[in-house]
Design a protein around this ligand. Structure first.
Ligand code: UD1
Ligand code: MG
Length: 468
């Protein structure tokens, strides 16, 4: 059976119209010195159309070279193309390269004294360039981010090909993050954090974490890709969660750029330049990956998506806000730790178990080959009393426990459920937690921090501090 998907006439018409409109938008921006963000929107629309079509066309080619996987939660367990995240990553990287001249175009061509004047305020070189005004630091940030994303996509493809061991792949994102961290050091270099009110008498207003801050950023780069990869296993969840998180960060960025003259505008613009095209390619992938999946995203997508978030969080100086959009993933990672550290057995797949008779998903289980140590057994029984894990005992010994993932915990609480329903619920929780995260960031943070940097006034703003 062919895995290539037909593009319907209605989709053909829609995609042609979209590409036409987006090309027009890019041309208008180019001709009229318009906002690069509008050009980014145009490129994102074209990236959406390209990703949608390429995924339709490449299914069989991917399967032929071994990029395929069984959909374990279906009766026929059919084999479908995997690693479609590679298509997203490649189209995304090309899009970002083609977009590159737009944010820097004004510096290359002309600079004015404002107020609509077209005069050149600095001396022109013979090419008409005003190179001494050129923001090399911004270009450095942009290129280093692309390099980190490219490394991550390569690692993802390698993982999909060779199934790299967890203990190895856990740390590889930190290496991929080095270009970006070096640019952060050279360009921004701020390693101060704002100290909460109550601790200020002891620690002062700002605390310099020095190299500890770089370790923290490397940990963010390790966490984001892996957290998405382990919060996976049902149709549409990997891309769905990434779309929700990207939308939340985009909304946060829009808040900042809507404040005229805000000092963080350029950082949030950079974040938008990276996230809007990401949303474009992800939406196209989601249309193919949502229940019932026609393709799988592969580890490539999880790593690429996670690294995109890490890049914008670090270079945009809002890594803590980013983590507030990752609350379900943070919970899932913390809850998974006993299995990841092999304190509790960890099977190769921890995704929920499909019951072909009822068509519903149940919490999957891990089997103890030998009874757990008394201290582990006591903790597991305590967690079981709190309904945080489901145990199966025989002759007073624990023989099985539900796999420690947020998805299984959800099924332990709410009982067996259809796969599409579980995805809908988990994505609903993601939307809610992102909204709560941003509310905490902009409202509740004022209880412990002196100010919310969104409501800046030149007098109160502390440029040397990282965002709260
Ligand atoms: C991670 C999880 C693993 C989970 C898997 C699912 C940890 C430590 N590892 O492993 O527990 O089972 O992701 O992605 O938490 N698949 C489906 N339906 C889907 C998505 C995936 O059946 O909607 C299956 C397919 O057979 C696919 C495979 O999962 O081939 C992909 O697994 P892979 O990404 O290689 O697993 P890991 O990332 O190593
Ligand atoms: Mg995976």
């Amino acid at each position: 059976m062919s895995s290539n998907t037909e593009i319907t006439p209605a989709w053909h018409l829609f995609l042609f119209t979209l590409v036409g409109a987006c090309s027009g938008l890019i041309y208008t921006v180019f001709k009229g010195d318009g906002e690069p963000l509008l050009a980014s929107l145009g490129f994102s629309g074209i990236a959406f159309a390209a990703t949608y079509c390429m995924i339709c066309w490449l299914g069989d080619a991917f399967k032929r070279v071994g990029f395929k996987g069984r959909d374990r939660s279906k009766r026929d367990q059919r084999e479908i193309p995997e690693t479609m995240g590679a298509v997203c990553a490649v189209i995304y990287l090309f899009t970002m390269i083609l977009f590159l001249p737009f944010p820097f175009y004004e510096y290359l061509v002309k600079s004015t004294s404002g107020g609509g004047n077209r005069d050149l305020t600095v001396e022109e070189t013979y090419t008409g360039r005003t190179l001494h005004r050129f923001p090399h630091n911004k270009l450095g940030e942009y290129l280093s981010a692309l390099l980190s994303l490219q490394s991550m996509a390569i690692l993802g493809v390698a993982d999909d090909l060779f199934d790299i061991r967890w203990r190895h792949k856990l740390f590889l994102p930190a290496i991929a993050a080095i270009p970006m961290l070096v640019v952060y050091y050279v360009d921004f270099g701020v390693t101060n954090v704002v100290v909460p009110f109550r601790l200020q008498p002891y620690l002062g207003q700002l605390l310099n974490l020095s190299w500890g801050y770089y370790i923290y950023m490397a940990l963010v780069a390790i966490f984001c890709p892996n957290a998405i990869n382990i919060y996976a296993g049902i149709n549409g969840l990997e891309v769905g969660q990434s779309i929700v998180v990207a939308s939340a960060i985009i909304a946060n960025d829009m808040l900042y750029i809507s404040v005229p003259g805000h000092p963080a505008t350029s950082a949030h613009l950079l974040s938008l330049y990276f996230l809007v095209p990401f949303l474009g390619v992800s939406l196209a992938l989601w249309l193919h990956n949502k229940y019932p999946s026609k393709v799988f995203v592969g580890d490539t997508y999880c790593y690429f998506a996670g690294m995109t978030f890490a890049v914008v969080g670090i270079l945009g100086h809002f890594s803590k806000t980013l983590l507030l959009c990752f609350l379900p993933q943070l919970f899932n990672a913390a809850y998974s730790l006993p299995q990841l550290l092999h304190i509790v057995p960890c099977p190769r797949h921890r995704m929920p178990k499909f019951n072909p008779r009822t068509g519903l998903l149940h919490a999957s289980t891990a089997t103890f080959k030998s009874p757990p140590r008394p201290v582990i057994a006591t903790i597991l029984r305590l967690l079981s009393k709190l309904r945080l894990v489901q145990l199966h005992e025989q002759d007073g010994e624990i023989v099985e426990c539900s796999n420690l993932t947020a998805m299984n915990l959800f099924l332990v609480h709410f009982g067996p459920m259809r796969e599409d329903r579980v995805t809908e619920w988990l994505l609903g929780i993601q939307v809610l937690s992102c909204a709560v995260g941003l509310f905490v960031r902009h409202q509740l943070a004022l209880w412990v921090f002196p100010h919310d940097n969104l409501r800046f006034s030149m007098g109160s703003f502390m440029p040397a501090a990282e965002a709260v």
